[in-house]
Structures are given as C-alpha cells and as structure tokens.
Design a protein around this ligand. Structure first.
Ligand SMILES: [Mg+2]
Length: 354
C-alpha cells in the first residue's frame, strides 16, 4: 500500500457554551481534518486540533506544515509508522497537532487494511472506557449546579473541575460541588499552571477535606522540580502533569525526578498514537499511570484517544469529552455512549464517517 494523495480541510464549529480555564476562554472549535488516499483505494482520516497556548500551533500553521509533510508522504507505506514519524521529525521540530493528523490517518489506514479496529492494533486490552466530564471556571455556586446536573441527569461518576485563578475560590468550589454530588462521585482538579508552590500547598490542603483524588498541573509547565516537591508533600492526593509532558523525553524526565503519579497524554501535544504509546511505556516502566486528555477535538481524534485508553492497561483514566460541547458534529461513528461509558465500534480503523 502506497500513499498517493492528501486532502486538507479546515472546520470551525461553535460550542454550546464557552469554556473558561486558568489561561484562556474558548467558544468554538477550530480543527483541520485530513484525508489520505492510497493506491489500493483505501482512505484514512486524521485530525489536527492546534491549541496555541499549549502546542504553539495555529490553524494556518498546521496547514502550512501539512503541506510540507505531503511531499515526504507520497509513496510511503502507511504501515511504516516509524518511518513516517522519522520523516516528520526530520522536517520540523514540535508541531504535535500537525504530526497527529498524519499519524491518525496512518492508524486508520492500518486498521482498514487489517480489517480490525484501531484499539485492537494498539493492544486490545478492552473496548470500553469510563469517561469524565469537565466543569469550567465560573462562580462556585454555578459550578456546583453544573456538577449536580452532570451527575444526576447525565450519569457521570467522575468530574474534572477547572481551577487555578483563585485558590480560595477553588476550595470553595470543591466544597460546594462535594455537597451537591455526594461522597461517591470521584473529583479531580485541573489548575492549568495557575498556582505557585505556596498557593498549591494551600489549595491541596483544602481539597483534601473534600476528597479530591487528583490534582493536575499546579505549576508552570517547565517546573518539574517544583512538581516533584509538591508530589512529595501531596499526602494522599495523586499529582498529575499535563502541559509539562509533550513527548517521551518529557515523560522520562518527569519520572526520573518523581514529579507525577499520573501523566496526561494528549495526542495533539505528542504527535499522535505512535509517540503516545512511547510515553505510556516510559510511564509504565516507572510505576506511573496515564490518562488520555484532549484538546477541542471532533469525534475523530476523540475516537483515537478513547482507542488508546481502551487498548492499554496502564492508561487508567479518560478525559475525552470535548465533542460533547459542540452545536453540531461534522464526524459520526467511532463509538457509542451510554451515560459515562463509551464503547468503541467493532469496525476497521476508527470507524468514523463525515
Ligand atoms: Mg489539563
């Protein structure tokens, strides 16, 4: 099988409500969808969902980079995934979202060629995933109301709460949310780099009272030593890193320093499923588990993320919820949802259609 063509398309989808996190507010998704064609008539789909504050990429930048990759890809075999990544890494450093688009199209093609879903190609540990849902920053009262709705109306059992602007309000939010959802619901917090060490320590002390199980990315992305210090003082709360972990080298350094209990893998940061598996292998060999998170991705990249969670025993958590906030979905298929349980389709590749 040889690659003969690649088509690139921009999509913009408004969200049902804006989502506020510590460093940004977003109200629409902007993504690049690609379609890779082969000499055997097989077509693979991929997606880049750049988020400039984290990956340093823009939509137009992704399109320019994909244009460069196109020349290298022509004539390559999608099965040769190491060679495809070596080509991309040789052309340009970073640019995880652009590389992810190509990587996903390769996995979709591999699955279709083999006649199996991608989660089986990746390891096939399971085909179902329990997903969390994210609550953005607003007043603690509004956040508690939203939490109650997700639990009682939609059946979610894990809530991820955004924080990091005001640690005192963050503690108050967790108090009200815990009061609203009861003791059984699992609560996680994501500070999105918004604290310093002193604020993080005060926040952790408060969160402990309300049974918060994990706190994500307290400190700026570059501060792995600070993260290790916090983890040594976390006393019963798992510490997670997201913006600090872009590739397997970051993962290795975080593990060496003891900076995290859990790594948040995002396909758009690391460049797709192939490097994501390397991050997970580094983590697993160091006794660290992984979660798969997401940017503002369509159902296509979300299916890829869920496939990785399902496939790997060491990827124990899923935060793959972005597609739930869109007014319309340009992509269908991939998985079915029953409350907070997502089951991947038994179709070749990702099993998605446009
Ligand atoms: Mg995060």
């Amino acid at each position: 099988m040889r690659i003969t063509g690649m088509k690139v398309e921009k999509v913009r989808i408004p969200m049902t409500a804006s989502l506020k996190v510590a460093f940004a507010t977003v109200d629409s998704l902007e993504s690049v969808l690609i379609r890779v064609e082969t000499d055997e008539g097989c077509v693979g789909f991929g997606e880049a969902s750049p988020f400039a504050p984290v990956t340093g990429e823009t939509l137009d930048g992704v399109i320019a980079v994909l244009d460069i990759f196109r020349q290298g890809l022509m004539g390559m075999d999608p099965m040769d995934i190491e060679a495809v990544h070596a080509m991309m890494d040789g052309v340009i450093v970073g640019n995880g979202a652009a590389k992810c688009a190509v990587d996903l199209a390769m996995y979709d093609l591999m699955g279709k060629a083999a006649g199996v879903p991608v989660y089986k190609l990746l390891g096939g540990y399971s085909n179902t995933v329990q997903n969390d849902i994210t609550i953005g920053i607003s007043t603690p009262e509004q956040m508690a109301e939203e939490a109650k709705k997700y639990v009682s109306e939609y059946g979610y059992r894990i809530l991820k709460v955004k924080a990091g602007i005001d640690w005192q309000e963050d503690i108050r939010a967790m108090k009200l949310i815990r009061g609203a959802v009861g003791p059984q619901i699992r609560l996680r917090v994501d500070a999105n780099q918004g604290y310093d060490i002193a604020k993080a320590q005060r926040a952790l002390k408060g969160f402990r009272e309300y049974g918060v199980e994990a706190v994500e990315q307290c400190l700026p992305h570059w501060d792995l030593e600070g993260a290790a210090y916090l983890r040594n003082h976390a006393e019963g709360i798992h510490m997670m890193l997201d913006e600090s972990i872009h590739d397997p080298v970051d993962a290795a350094r975080a593990c060496r320093l003891g900076s995290a209990d859990i790594l948040n893998i995002k396909l758009m940061k690391c460049g797709g499923l192939y490097p994501a598996q390397k991050i997970n292998a580094v983590a697993e060999a160091n006794g660290v588990t992984c979660m798969v998170g997401c940017m503002l991705e369509t159902r296509l990249a979300i299916t890829a993320g869920l496939s990785l969670v399902a496939a790997k025993k060491n990827v124990t958590e899923a935060d793959c919820d972005s597609f739930l906030y869109y007014k319309e979905n340009p992509v269908e298929g991939g998985f079915v949802q029953d409350k907070d349980t997502f089951t991947l389709l038994n179709k070749p590749g990702f099993g998605v259609t446009f």
